[in-house]
Ligand binder design. Structure first.
Ligand SMILES: Nc1nc2c(c(=O)[nH]1)N[C@H]1C(S)=C(S)[C@@H](COP(=O)(O)O)O[C@H]1N2
Ligand SMILES: [Mo]
Length: 316
């Protein structure tokens, strides 16, 4: 399936900060509340949103790239998810019956209003946006994916982070019975990732709960996963059960297993090769010829300023 979208990435800093934008948001919220009230009558109030269901009230975000979107088949059958398999084409089948209800996300650490959220409560808490993002794996393949989610910043700001919170740590579920790959020591479990606070609060940083307008399939990180489109795919941690705000930089799984090859920042950078292969080019899944990899995966205009003054060869 090919979808053509807007003519360019339209994210501007003013989109997030102008009163006009906030005005629009309020309008969306009002509209959303009215619509979900109507929908609730039809569906029954206790209705839960579960895997493979259409997500309600998704608005199209202007934080979207104009590129051919990969097919649902590609996105759901070429996965890195070591909790199920190290074989990309095997994950879909092995994760097929992974149960994502009930599911709780715990949010704590350096935050004044810590909490435990039921996933369905979280999904309804903020207006959901569809955002078409480039996605670049460190293995030099890429896709374009229509995620559905909400900015992580909204959640963090609502929970009143403390001044000493400098980093955010994310943790995947650890349950070897439900995630058979965890019975092997291919990685230390659970999978952990981290962001610096300003990266976590950046408007591009998304908590994704859906794909192609529906709830996430298990192989893509259901029921909730992180998406940081300017970083290599391994930062986009799947099936999150815990988020903690920390004063110190957390250790992330891939840096822990291969510090020479994987760092904390993991910004897409065609000028800094992986020790075992070049990062200059990538294979877009579905294409034959390789294309050039763009600095920050094409999001330099939006994120480069987060790293001014940093040596990106050192902080890879
Ligand atoms: N918990 C967990 N999250 C994970 C991974 C993993 O193995 N376990 N793999 C990462 C890697 S290397 C990539 S490229 C992306 C793949 O996401 P996708 O299958 O939705 O394309 O998930 C990332 N998040
Ligand atoms: Mo990856």
């Amino acid at each position: 399936m090919l979808i053509k979208t807007r003519s360019r990435l339209e994210l501007k800093e003013s989109d997030v900060t102008s009163p006009e934008w906030y005005g629009n948001r309020r309008q969306f919220l009002r509209l959303g509340a009215a619509m979900s009230a109507t929908a609730a009558v039809g569906l029954g109030l206790a209705q839960q949103v579960s895997a493979g269901e259409k997500l309600p009230n998704v608005v199209k975000s202007s934080f979207t790239v104009d590129e051919t979107v990969n097919s649902l088949e590609d996105i759901t059958h070429y996965n890195n998810y070591y909790e199920f398999s190290t074989e990309k084409t095997e994950v879909a089948e092995l994760a097929r019956n992974f149960q994502t209800r009930p599911w709780t996300v715990e949010i704590g650490g350096e935050i004044n209003k810590p909490g435990r959220f039921d996933i369905d409560e979280l999904i309804k808490r903020y207006p959901l946006e569809e955002r078409i993002y480039r996605f670049r794996c460190v293995e030099a393949w890429s896709m374009v994916v229509p995620w559905v989610g909400f900015p992580l910043a909204k959640l963090i700001k609502d929970l009143d982070p403390r001044g000493n919170a400098k980093f955010v740590e994310f943790t995947t579920l650890r349950d070897p019975e439900r995630m058979p790959g965890q019975k092997r020591d291919v990685l230390p479990w659970p999978y952990v990732e981290g962001l610096r606070m300003d990266e976590a609060l950046h408007p591009l940083t998304l908590l994704a709960v859906g794909l192609y307008g529906e709830t996430l399939p298990p192989q893509n990180g259901a029921p909730i996963r992180l998406i940081t489109p300017w970083k290599y795919g391994f930062k986009s941690i799947k099936s999150i059960v815990r988020i903690r705000l920390l004063e110190q930089q957390p250790m992330n799984t891939w840096q822990q297993v291969g510090p020479r090859e994987y760092g904390f920042y993991a910004n897409v950078n065609p000028e800094v090769d992986h020790p075992r292969w070049s990062q200059a080019r990538e294979r877009r899944i579905g294409e034959f010829l390789k294309r050039k990899t763009l600095p920050f995966n094409g999001y330099a205009e939006q994120v480069a300023s987060l790293y001014t003054g940093m040596d990106l060869r050192k902080f890879y």
